[in-house]
Design a protein around this ligand. Sequence first.
Ligand code: PLP
Length: 389
Amino acid sequence: MNRAVARVDLDAIRANLAVLRRRAGEADVMAVVKADAYGHGMAEVARTARGEGVTWLGVALPSEACELRRLGDAGRILTWLWTPGDPNVSRCVAEGIDVSVSSPWAVDEITNAARAVGRVARVHVKVDTGLTRNGVLPADLPGLLGRVRDGVDAGLLEVEGIWSHLADGDTPDAASVAHQRARFDEALVVAARHGVEPRLRHLGNSGSVFAHPACRYDLVRAGISLYGLSPSGALGRPADLGLTPAMTVLAGLAHVKHVEVGTAVSYGWRWVAEEATSLGLVPVGYADGVPRAAGAPRVGSPVEVVVAGHRVPIVGTVAMDQFVVDLGDVAAAPGDEVILFGSGAAGEWTADQWADTIGTIGYEIITRIGPRVPREYVGLRTRAEEVGP
Ligand SMILES: Cc1ncc(COP(=O)(O)O)c(C=O)c1O
């Protein structure tokens, strides 16, 4: 057993994609692969998604989009978060990557890039319908559309999409969803009035696939459920949605020792043995993405991991490179496999359960697993075996 490994099941990702497509009905499903595919490995996930015929990949950063091209991806990609002067943006235009715009400076930069590289830039106009992050405010939309229209008339821009993002896409019956959908529909009317008729309208993320059918429009941008986690507890556990968590994080036990009652463990002595017990040392820590609070949460019980087939608690403060588990009377030896989280198939917790215990969301648990933890793939196919672009 290596020190640690994140095993990524690409067959689970294929199956999750099939569930999403079934649930999305007429809408196309974009595979969101930003942040190294939520920690699963952008190259392998993108290739898997294309192999399943996915038309659209979504990433936050232009650098991520360029990296996909560098890896040989030739399909449609949308990138949506950038700052003035980002050198990757003109590369995106040159390489046929769609770019989101939501400010006058962005329209100007993309128009200039199109002129410079001699290629029409495809843009998606992002409207702020109520999330209040990026996106043009409805009051400023007519002005922005006028600028976009100028670029279209000059033969430099093409409006591929109009889009927005939900604040509560994962919450059934959220009032904000109806509000945002109404603002989105108004924006589409304003765009049509300006002669801007996008080919794609997209508003929803994973949650809307399960909770808000009216928000699917032409395309849904799915991230978390592609990786098999539930968008929120309110929608149920992954299995309730037909999803399988794709990432399992494993480690090898580094040390086992028997200790007496009263033995204090780790920084701050935040856990003290109430009886004689055996402790196991797991050589992964917060530098690998294991939350520091997992062993000594401010409230409630600690996270549990599986050692030698038994669930045991993390005890004491998680350190940078290691944490301790209370083995009790579990017979374990150095080198035994530790399952931190996974699909639950071997009795281990899911990332969602970790998140609930330490007060965060599953997204944060999986995206934080860092580069010191090598990824290992199940269901990997060669490029020749994949059928996509
Ligand atoms: C703009 C945008 N669209 C779609 C997604 C995917 O969301 P989810 O992972 O909830 O499916 C994200 C992720 O944060 C996002 O920022």
